[in-house]
Ligand binder design. Structure first.
Ligand code: FMN
Length: 414
């Protein structure tokens, strides 16, 4: 049946909230910015994004003139899941084909046309001189924030081709020092990778370098899938392939952990990136320590217009939670995260709400073959939990298709 609103006044209309706040010494219209990517590689695209309401953008990673940029096409592939396109997206993009001369011009134009927006630029180089010249030229052009890509495979331009700078603690600290030495005015953020044994040590190396912030983190190295007839992995470039950087919703939990782990251990501002698609994803990123949140795949999929949902969703959320500013969200989840040793040991049992159960038997099957054989099927199709076998692992709750039908309840120990 089609739902019809008889009276539009019944639909709650919330006033547009002021989402602006200060972070990293900069003023942000809202917590949503564009990550370094194709969407920020073209002046007109960034103009449209700013007009749509994005508070800032990191222009796609650029390099010094003469740097060979050797891209291969097609560069995208997709990890679809359960009928959902781009649950994860793979790319073998490296850096911008525009060198610093173009990016300098774009920064100047954008700052003239949109003085209230945060114009950031991402850079990558191989030698100290080049890193420092890139910083100086961007500062002179009026950039607000410099992001250093330490997390793209260096391709053919780094000192250690194929490796990421952020995978070496000494290279991270040294290079970050060079960059910070050259930056007289603007904050510098180092974009790292979660592909390390100890993310906290990397964050400490950046902190020691004197750089102002971390961008955490980036794509996850992946093999996106294999054509099982030709055995060629995706993307196939004439029958050959390589590993992609996977982005999008599939990597969100990895990013959340990366940001949380840094924020719990190192006092340094964080720009969050990797898997955010919605305003509530951004709230999650901020709650584990991100000051602003970058978006890339969601924009490549659905366009700049998602900013309307992001800002209205965030506005309603602040209203509901009685927060005055998005800044108040930052770090709110951190006191709830600890080690396994810190967790309370409680006696839990699964409880099925008979009124909500639709008799699908999903919990019965999952518990029987993947849990503790603690849920019995019944002729009336409403399953029953055997408290003697149930350990409270929670599997049934997560396979149940009905919200709140299965709850985990603490029971008194006899
Ligand atoms: C096609 C493509 C190109 C990208 N190019 C860059 C780049 O030049 N520099 C960079 O630091 N990150 C680059 N990224 C990574 C994004 O900035 C972002 O960190 C990543 O996509 C994770 O965010 P998401 O899940 O919102 O997409 C690129 C991502 C994609 C998909």
């Amino acid at each position: 049946m089609r739902m019809e609103y008889k009276n539009f006044k019944e639909i709650p209309i919330y006033p547009k909230r002021d989402l602006s706040y200060d972070f990293l010494g900069l003023h942000w219209e809202n917590p949503f910015i564009l990550a370094a990517a194709p969407s920020t590689d073209d002046l007109d695209m960034v103009r449209r994004a700013f007009k749509a309401g994005w508070s800032g953008a990191i222009l796609k990673t650029t390099s010094i003139e003469g740097t060979r940029v050797d891209l291969c096409y097609p560069m995208m592939s997709t990890f679809d899941h359960d009928g959902r396109r781009l649950f994860g997206m793979g790319n073998i993009d490296l850096i911008s084909e525009h060198h610093i001369d173009v990016v300098e011009r774009n920064v100047r134009t954008l700052k003239q046309e949109f003085p209230e927006k945060v114009v950031g630029a991402s850079i990558m180089a191989g030698r100290k001189d080049d890193w420092q010249r890139l910083v100086e030229r961007l500062e002179n052009a009026g950039v607000d924030l410099i992001e250093c890509s330490f997390s793209c495979p260096q391709g053919n331009i780094g000192e250690d081709p194929g490796k990421m700078l952020a995978q070496s603690l000494s290279a991270t600290e040294l290079t970050a020092r060079w960059v910070k030495e050259a930056a007289r005015r603007v904050p510098v953020s180092i974009k790292i990778t979660p592909h390390v044994t100890d993310i906290v040590e990397v964050a400490r190396a950046v902190k020691r370098s004197g750089c102002d912030a971390l961008t955490a983190s980036n794509s996850i190295q992946a093999l996106m899938g294999i054509d099982i007839r030709t055995f060629t992995p995706y993307p196939s470039l004439g029958g050959k392939s390589t590993y992609s950087g996977m982005t999008g919703p599939a990597i969100k939990p990895i990013t959340l952990r990366t940001i949380a782990e840094i924020a719990r251990n190192v006092d340094i501002p964080i720009l969050g990136t990797g898997g955010a698609s919605t305003w509530s994803d951004a709230v999650e990123f901020m709650s584990v320590g991100a000051g602003v949140v970058q978006f890339c795949t969601a924009v490549m999929h659905h366009g700049f217009r998602i900013i309307d949902d992001l800002t209205s969703g965030m506005g309603h959320y602040l209203e509901e939670m009685e927060f005055r500013s998005p800044r108040e969200i930052v770090g709110k989840a951190l006191p709830h995260i600890g080690s396994h040793d810190d967790l309370p040991r409680r006696t839990i049992r699964s409880k099925i709400d008979r009124r909500l159960c639709i008799g699908c038997d999903q919990c019965v099957v999952a518990c029987r073959d993947g849990g503790h054989m603690a849920i019995d099927a019944r002729p009336d199709r409403i399953p029953v939990v055997n408290d003697d076998r149930c350990v409270g692992c929670g599997l049934c709750q997560h396979v149940c298709p009905v919200d709140n039908c299965i709850r985990m309840e603490e029971i008194a120990i006899q």
